[in-house]
Design a protein around this ligand. Sequence first.
Ligand SMILES: *Cc1c(COP(=O)(O)O)cnc(C)c1O
Length: 429
Amino acid sequence: MVHEKSIAAFEAAKKVIPGGVDSPVRAFKSVGGTPMFIERGEGAYLVDIDGNRYIDFVQSWGPLIFGHCDADIENAVIESAKKGLSFGAPTTVETDLAEEIVDLFDSVDKVRFVSSGTEAVMSAIRLARGFTGRDDIIKFEGCYHGHSDSLLVQAGSGAATFGTPSSPGVPADLTKHTLLAKYNDLSSVEKCFHDAPESIACVIIEPIAGNMGLVPAQEAFLQGLRALCDKYGTLLIFDEVMSGFRASLKGAQGIYSVKPDIVTFGKVIGGGMPVGAFAAREEIMDKLSPDGPVYQAGTLSGNPVAMSAGLASLLKLKANPSLYTAMEQKATLLVEGLKSAAAANGIPLQIEVRGSMFGFFFNDHEVHNFDDALKSDTERFAKFHRGMLEEGVYFACSQFETGFISTVMTEEMIFSVIDKAQKVMKEIA
Ligand SMILES: *Cc1c(COP(=O)(O)O)cnc(C)c1O
């Protein structure tokens, strides 16, 4: 494959955009090489500016469940755009999309739309703090909830449960209210509650973690979280920005018996346009301005073009829930194929599937939390990534990301990817 034009485009971009990208993972730092610059998408494929074609398992990091250029979503966007791009005043399509979400989720009476997952989570946490009148929050190592200040934390030293900033620019004063616990480890959460029994506003979790690779929570662990939250008067927030409408039509809530108090959405909910949302029962949502005192706002929130794209994709998904079974079968076919290709060359691979989400770790042991994930062989992953890319297969450019199946991927495509993986696994053994 020739990458001349992408290499030149990256050099030009780096002169005027930090690192040449508008979101750091796109720079390919953890796998090396130059990111391809995209010319267009075509169903299951991406085409770069050098004319190379790749089957796309990244799907814009999740949103494109129908692949690129779905005709229904495209038409919805075009029709909406013809009427004007933004009004900063209510439109009925916001209500239409909210009604579809309320109809799907037992835990939800009302929805507020924003423009990104980061904004959705940041607002949900403010709402939880406003509702409970408490300041502290519990999050889990390895879960990502966007880049707002109080969520950019890493484990502090020693036995301390409170986190320290994971980025310069975040004052320690803003992370001292964030307690860190270990995924799938209830005792670590009990310890946080023990340290601060009266002051925890919310526990926030990706119920199917997709940002340390794919690591689903165990049912008993989520049940334990629910019980602890009920005992201490704390709200449970499911961050379903990635898993919502991905792991199943109802996200994690279609798979586990546990219901959250607040849920956040993003990615698929915008059908490829910038949309986020947070939602809860009425008693909680009514605390939000203008009805209640908790302030939250957005110039482009509920943007009609973005809402139209989201509504078109949600209606398509609701009309055909068996799509999830089909995607799960393809995801399983893919990771099992990768696993046997690896095994044939003596390479251990841990695999996981939830609906249209899949993950694989170059790891000797099962992965249940961030510490386990970090023991993966990232160098081997980087070689695998590069090898597959040269074969026209685009997996996310980090061991700690999730892969996505779209409805337009066929079994033949998956089989051809497995063929290529057999070749690449041999090269990296
Ligand atoms: C992607 C993601 C976010 C952040 O969403 P942005 O739209 O990138 O701001 C938050 N939480 C989870 C679980 C995500 O996967």
